[in-house]
Write a protein that binds this ligand. Structure first.
Ligand code: NAP
Length: 357
């Protein structure tokens, strides 16, 4: 990648956290490209979104080979080069599994696809390496030893510094750790999972032993439930919105919003809006993002944005994180009514109601 540096990174007031057990520092809020960058957003607007993020303390950008069949990686790589950012200032992550073509070896986590897929991703982005390479899904048709060995090969080649998982079960992550330990290889450091106020079971309960035993951190996706937690869908589907633009992909969600289950979610969003506005002086968007960021196992919350203004708006959540006192968190729980049941204690008191089990 060209080293013509036009703009040095200034973290401003962005807090940084370790990515899981690693020494890599990531901003509490990062930016991703699913459906947006290279998808519904192309050309100069991609540059405006990345530029505004970078100028506001975001130096971590997430994409995947499968996003817009590789166009997300192409657009992100092009823009980063044009903006003249120093490579060492950036944390760039991509993900392998879904591929850009449908051939028998163009997807999944075989050694062949991990190695060829990495090379193709780097070529699309115009980069020599990514910081973290994610396995975008588990591949039950490839032996775990092959997966762990292939990610280690990629790391040894210098094409990625770390590897990580996305939407793997706790059992899958355990297996990867055991295989890596047995072979004296590097295990995954993070899990890219869905986590938001309306989706909690896996990130808060299933992964609890993984956080405790291995210190795995999360790079959270869809913290706003694709926009539902902004309140923009409270009174129908705005034409200029993700659910309208991708109505096929979200058809189950759209259908559920007309049913009792979806309406109950909308009611929760409305009640959270009242809480945010009256007690915290913020929007429900800021509250929802701050709530995920506050979780002790969250390394970074990956923001999604179709416009630069959304990035700027969403970063106001940083001011809300310290306002989430135990009292406010209890009020949130009273609205959500979906806190995962703690692990069985057989009559003994739980150790920590807010953090690790
Ligand atoms: N590993 C995985 O399997 C996986 C899966 C999904 C996502 N991800 C990663 O996580 C990133 C974030 O996920 P996501 O995009 O689903 O996050 P999200 O925050 O739940 O949704 C982002 C969308 O919500 C709307 N929005 C955001 N801020 C807003 C605001 N302030 N006001 C009104 N609307 C707002 C925008 O859509 P509109 O303006 O178009 O309505 C935006 O594109 C992705 O880009 C990707 O990098 C990973």
């Amino acid at each position: 990648m060209s080293q013509v540096v036009k703009t040095a990174f200034d973290p401003k007031n962005m807090p940084f956290r370790r990515l899981g057990p690693s020494g890599l520092r990531v901003p509490v809020f990062s930016l991703g490209g699913w459906l947006t960058l290279g998808g519904t957003v192309i050309g100069d607007p991609v540059k405006e979104i990345i530029k505004v993020a970078f100028e506001n303390g975001i130096n971590m950008f997430d994409t995947a080979e499968g996003y817009a069949q590789g166009r997300s990686e192409i657009e992100m790589g092009r823009v980063i080069k044009e903006l003249g950012y120093r490579r060492t200032d950036l944390v760039i992550t991509t993900k392998l599994f879904f591929g850009t073509r449908k051939g028998p070896n163009d997807t999944g986590l075989s050694r062949k696809h991990i190695i060829e897929g990495t090379q193709e991703s780097l070529e699309r982005m115009g980069l020599d390496y990514v910081d973290v390479l994610f396995a975008h899904r588990p591949d039950y048709s490839t032996p775990m030893e092959e997966v762990v060995r292939a990610f280690n090969y990629v790391i040894e080649k210098g094409w990625a510094f770390y590897w990580a998982t996305s939407e793997w079960s706790a059992r899958d992550i355990e297996e990867a750790y055991h295989v890596a330990e047995k072979l004296n290889l590097i295990p995954p450091i993070a899990e890219q999972c869905q986590h938001h106020m309306l989706h909690r079971e896996r990130p808060e309960k299933e992964y609890a032993p993984i956080y405790r035993k291995y210190g795995v951190g999360t790079t959270v996706w869809s913290a706003l439930a694709s926009g539902l937690l902004t309140g923009k869908y409270n009174n129908g589907i705005p034409p200029d919105s993700r659910f309208a633009a991708h109505s096929d992909f979200f058809k189950d969600t759209l259908n559920s919003l007309t049913q009792e289950e979806g309406q109950a979610k909308i009611q929760k969003v409305k009640d959270l809006t009242t809480l945010a506005e009256t007690e915290l002086g913020c929007s429900v968007t800021h509250l929802a993002l701050a709530w995920v960021a506050k979780n002790p196992n969250t390394s970074t919350v990956i923001l999604g944005a179709s416009k630069p203004e959304q990035v700027v708006d969403n970063l106001k959540a940083l001011e809300v994180i310290p306002k989430l006192t135990p009292d406010i968190l209890d009020k949130i729980e009273a609205i959500l009514q979906n806190k995962p049941a703690p692990a069985a204690t057989f009559g003994r008191p739980a150790l920590d109601a807010y953090g690790r089990l």
